[in-house]
Design a binder for this molecule. Sequence first.
Ligand SMILES: Cc1cc2nc3c(=O)[nH]c(=O)nc-3n(C[C@H](O)[C@H](O)[C@H](O)COP(=O)(O)OP(=O)(O)OC[C@H]3O[C@@H](n4cnc5c(N)ncnc54)[C@H](O)[C@@H]3O)c2cc1C
Length: 337
Amino acid sequence: MSSQQWFPITDSFLREVIAPLEETLEGRIHKNVSLSQISRWKIGGNAWCVVDAASSSDISNVFRLMRSRSEPVFIMGDSSNVLFDTRGFNGLILRISRSMSSVRTSGSTMVAQAGVWMPYLARRSAQEGLSGLEHAVGIPGTLGGLVLMNGGSQRLGIGNNVLRVQCVTFNGEDMTLSRDDCNFSYRKSSLQFQRLAVVEVQLELTPADPSIIRRDMINILRSRRTRFPKNLPNGGSTFLSDPTMYSSVGAPGAIIERIGFKGLREGGAQISTQHANFIVNNGGATSFDVLRLVYLIRQRVQDVTGFRLDCEVQHVRFDGVVAPAHVAAHEHFELLR
Ligand SMILES: Cc1cc2nc3c(=O)[nH]c(=O)nc-3n(C[C@H](O)[C@H](O)[C@H](O)COP(=O)(O)OP(=O)(O)OC[C@H]3O[C@@H](n4cnc5c(N)ncnc54)[C@H](O)[C@@H]3O)c2cc1C
């Protein structure tokens, strides 16, 4: 099924993008990177290059070099909400993670760089006696990715705690957004529709007893451990839990289980036997295997319940087109019919 479409890096890209970045970057640049090695799902072909940004000036440099070019740029944190294409990525991946992860606290405000690892930030907030991030203690991703997705758990979203977001626009300029500017709603923010990188986030938290914060975090982690698959690579919850659907037919995992798809396999991918809203990679899964499962689930759920399941997971195509995985699945498999 997967038609490999690997294009080697062009000379002009090497000369006009890689060479100047090698001169100026504070962070690092890696060429011909296997996305299956660096992605959380362990799926994806080769990317022309991955730039590990170490500062906002690294990010502006990348954007300034790339804005007039035809090759795509994709921003990743830890890729825990991303399905890379098995055909690879013919462009530049800007990674904002460990090299941009400093944190400072002032009173009840924490200011953290976008690349900070969310479980670390949550634990740090507990140490500082600041409550508000308990729900995010078990979410494997960066703060930047979580803010963009307004992610969270326990029916909460990180947007509730955001005071300000510091960004770099695709023109290479700095921009500050308030919480209102971000228009947070269930697993959505206006940041998803703008060409920008989140660089730093100011969070407003509430002073509380550290031992109570820690106790709540331990309870949340315990409950996640029993419910979610942890030994096989996966992309978290595949489908969004639409509130109307939830109240009339239940959560996506329960519906998928009810239609008898729990454990269904396609190539190396499988609907988790532990939680049916997770798709795991049993080894050697391709992006097409995952998209096929998404397609089959969506069709069957619609036939049985009348509701359409939409994906939280974003698919990143080799040519830079980014779309929720159900959109990519529909485009790919409808064309083959
Ligand atoms: C096992 C597992 C459990 C999960 N549980 C939850 C959960 O309980 N709740 C929940 O909400 N999510 C959950 N997720 C999904 C995911 O962890 C979150 O959405 C996460 O915070 C994404 O962060 P990331 O750094 O991995 O972002 P990525 O997956 O790398 O990126 C997600 C999106 O954000 C963009 N992005 C990333 N960083 C930046 C940046 N600095 N600037 C601009 N754009 C950026 C990317 O382009 C992409 O569109 C889970 C995932 C896994 C694998």
